[in-house]
Design a binder for this molecule. Structure first.
Ligand SMILES: [Zn+2]
Ligand SMILES: [Zn+2]
Length: 450
């Protein structure tokens, strides 16, 4: 088998990987780059001949893994696409939202190629999507390549992908978490008989703080919320609409049940609401914690309008869980910050990753009194609110990943979905603990024999 990365750079970008056997071609994931715009945001699909792929397999529904799927399917119109059912249903919602975002950006930023696909096209390409269950092996199309999906513990529907062909096996982790979150349980991955491991390396650049426990981190969040309410302020938590929103909502419910925070209203909106509907739909159908718990019905403090007509109102003693997590321009968290940051009673609490170069990163690293510009078209505002950061990552720690690699002892490890520092750390650490394992950080389009 031959592996080729279709990404444009070695980074956490537009994930897509080509696997070729003597007779067949497969593609793992078809993501769009979260920071790039226009055609630059797409993987290098032109490296794959038109209408030549025998199967596409998706790990999960985050934009950086699914965002370019309709473009890939246009080039591969007869190819079947395999994924779990939640990934398909959540993925469709994500892609429809993406059409809306791209259409807006076409107007605002003058990106003429936008939208890269339409609502109608998403509905059409869905006819080639096929849902497969976790841990149930299946053949990919008419090929003799066997595929099995394994629960990756990252977000709803997320899966690692095991491919077996002519006595060789390749396992692609997708995005993974080896520890339980509030809803998602820890990954349930195979450890036996894997020759090649294609491994995400998101958190390879930093060690977890000494003595960290998720429980203590939750209690620290509760304390910050209470202190803010004592000053009659409010808390804004910028969150990704998919995954992080739902995990946070259930965590806030948990904290309220434990009397660690008061029963204050929790406001969400837009895309988060739509995706929470889907989390609730699968509440009893997937492997998860709080089985059967429906956030929209069972969380008494939640305020979730389907459509918000007016601008979001500021109230005291309220929790605002707003997307996007990185406070990108034009998103609810970015817009709402304009009436929130100049009040010293308020707190902004970051609970996930913020990429450098994003408004969220800027705010997270600002000091009280700093003037910060969150939107390139608008004036800067003075930061007077308190800013706090918490570690509730949906990605495995590097220690967790190493623990898994040491169990699997693969012949080869391909490092993907990470920056240079992360790849360097993993190369060194795997070389030390498994000297017989070959470690490769694949360059875009370079063929690697598996
Ligand atoms: Zn992800
Ligand atoms: Zn990802």
């Amino acid at each position: 088998m031959i592996f080729r990365s279709l990404t444009r750079h070695r980074e956490i970008g537009a994930n897509s990987y080509l696997i070729e056997t003597k007779k067949h071609r497969f593609i793992l994931d078809a993501g769009a780059h979260p920071k790039m715009k226009g055609l630059e945001s797409l993987p290098q699909f032109n490296a794959v001949p038109h209408d030549s792929v025998d199967g596409i397999i998706l790990s999960h529904a985050h934009h950086d893994h699914i965002g370019a799927l309709p473009v890939l399917q246009r080039r591969q119109p007869n190819t079947q696409v395999f994924m779990t059912e939640p990934t398909g249903e959540v993925g469709a919602a994500m892609l429809h939202n993406s059409v809306n975002v791209m259409s807006r950006q076409r107007e605002e930023l003058g990106i003429h190629e936008y939208p890269l696909f339409t609502h109608k096209e998403i509905d059409q390409v869905k006819a080639n999507w096929f849902y497969r269950d976790i841990r149930k092996p299946f053949w990919i199309g008419d090929t003799e390549v066997e595929c099995t999906l394994f629960d990756a513990g990252h977000i709803i529907g997320s899966a690692g992908v095991l491919l077996k062909h002519e006595g060789k096996s390749v396992f692609y982790t997708g995005d993974v978490n080896f520890e339980a979150q509030t809803i998602m349980r820890e990954a349930d991955f195979p450890t036996e008989g894997i020759d090649t491991l294609i491994m995400e390396t998101t958190r390879g650049d930093y060690a977890r703080t000494e003595g960290f426990t998720r429980r203590a981190e939750k209690e620290r969040l509760a304390k910050v919320i209470c202190e803010t309410f004592e000053r009659n302020g409010s808390v804004m938590i910028p969150v990704f609409a998919l995954g992080k929103s739902q995990e946070l909502l259930l965590m806030l419910h948990e904290l309220k049940q434990m009397d660690l925070i008061p029963p204050a209203p929790v406001i969400i909106g837009g895309l988060s609401t739509k995706l929470t509907v889907l989390y609730d739909h699968y509440a009893s159908k997937i492997r998860r914690s709080y089985e059967g718990f429906r956030i929209l019905e069972d969380m008494s403090t939640l305020v979730a309008p389907r459509k918000r007509k007016k601008e979001l109102q500021y109230n005291q003693n309220t929790i605002y869980a707003l997307s996007s997590g990185m406070m990108s321009e034009g998103t609810t968290s970015n817009t709402f910050a304009r009436q929130f940051l100049d009040n010293e009673r308020n707190t902004v609490a970051f609970v996930g990753y913020t990429d450098p170069e994003t408004p969220g990163y800027k705010l997270r690293n600002a000091k009280p009194g700093d003037m910060i510009k969150l939107d390139s078209k608008l004036s800067a505002i003075e930061l007077r609110a308190r800013v706090e950061s918490f570690d509730f990552s949906a990605h495995a720690t590097r220690e967790g990943i190493m623990n898994y690699v040491n169990q699997v002892k693969p012949k080869k490890v391909l490092l993907v979905h990470g920056d240079e520092g992360a790849m360097k750390w993993f190369t060194k650490t795997i070389n030390e603990s498994l000297p017989n394992t070959e470690v490769i950080a694949p360059e875009p389009k370079v063929a690697i024999e598996l």
